[in-house]
Design a protein. Structure first.
Ligand SMILES: Nc1ncnc2c1ncn2[C@@H]1O[C@H](COP(=O)(O)OP(=O)(O)OP(=O)(O)O)[C@@H](O)[C@H]1O
Length: 245
């Protein structure tokens, strides 16, 4: 039995994108599987199609080839997205920015917002405006807004890359905790192979020539933080995607 056959999966079948007027594909055909309730990280050199893949999954782009097979009941699922720049509304407070998330018919309950503010360590900053927050806090609000939307799937495009090392480590741990608690299905795009290895239950390594590869992460979360354990896998990924990023 394949590793991902233990759970229902979002099945990506030869999915690719070529923009009209361009010869090179933005995403060369990719076949991969995203098991529900897990984190799939996507890593690769700049321009290999990471954001394009995320946009295809979000249905913001129409594929030029291939298909996404959704598990039963997921065809119309709304998704929450988190970007590198947090895109908060500057005139709204932290609480208002988080509760602003209304996706489709999914209601946001007051106690959900209070719980999220507490979980994210933002309770005492709830009435502040984005301009009054640190970079880490701003990104927490963006994540809070995405979690608040209560969607089963979260698409994250390099959400931690603008943060300092310590804040990034904190948020990586927190993401892991929320994802486990809430059983979200997460697609997480990153430039950083260490981050891809730390967070990913599986890792999609993209290459512009289409020789993509998906590897299962055999290491448990605790082990993944030990660089001596992750070193061989990291070498494998770096070799595959073509050297240092
Ligand atoms: N709307 C578009 N029209 C034409 N080409 C595009 C468009 N969007 C992206 N591309 C091209 O498709 C390729 C993949 O872009 P994409 O943004 O998916 O890469 P990426 O791996 O996310 O890169 P980075 O790590 O630099 O963000 C690039 O060569 C890019 O120039």
């Amino acid at each position: 039995m394949e590793w991902h056959e233990q759970r229902p999966v979002i099945s990506i079948q030869g999915l690719g994108k070529i923009y009209t007027g361009y010869l090179q594909p933005a995403l060369a055909p990719l076949t991969a599987a995203m098991p529900l309730g897990t984190i799939t990280t996507v890593v690769g050199k700049s321009g290999c199609g990471k954001t394009t893949l995320l946009r295809l999954l979000a249905r913001l782009e129409v594929p030029s080839m291939g298909d996404i097979e959704w598990p039963e009941g997921w065809e119309q699922t709304t998704m929450a997205m988190v970007f590198q720049e947090p895109r908060l509304l500057p005139w709204l407070t932290v609480r208002e920015n988080i509760s602003f998330a209304q996706y489709g018919d999914l209601p946001v309950r007051a106690n959900t917002i209070e719980r999220l503010l507490q979980e994210l360590g933002l309770s005492s900053a709830a009435e502040r405006l984005p301009a009054e927050l640190s970079g880490g806090m701003v990104q927490r609000v963006a994540i809070g807004r995405a979690l608040c939307a209560n969607t089963p799937m979260l698409l994250m495009d390099e959400p931690f890359s603008a943060l300092d090392y310590f804040t990034r480590r904190e948020l990586q741990e927190e993401l892991h905790r929320w994802q486990t608690q809430m059983e979200k299905t997460v697609l997480f795009v990153t430039h950083d192979v260490d981050e891809a290895l730390l967070l990913g239950d599986s890792i999609i390594c993209l290459r512009p020539d289409g020789k993509h590869k998906q590897i299962q992460n055999p290491l448990s979360w605790g082990k993944r933080r030990d660089t001596s354990c992750t070193e061989p896998l990291k070498r494998d990924i770096l070799q595959h995607i073509g050297g240092l990023l």
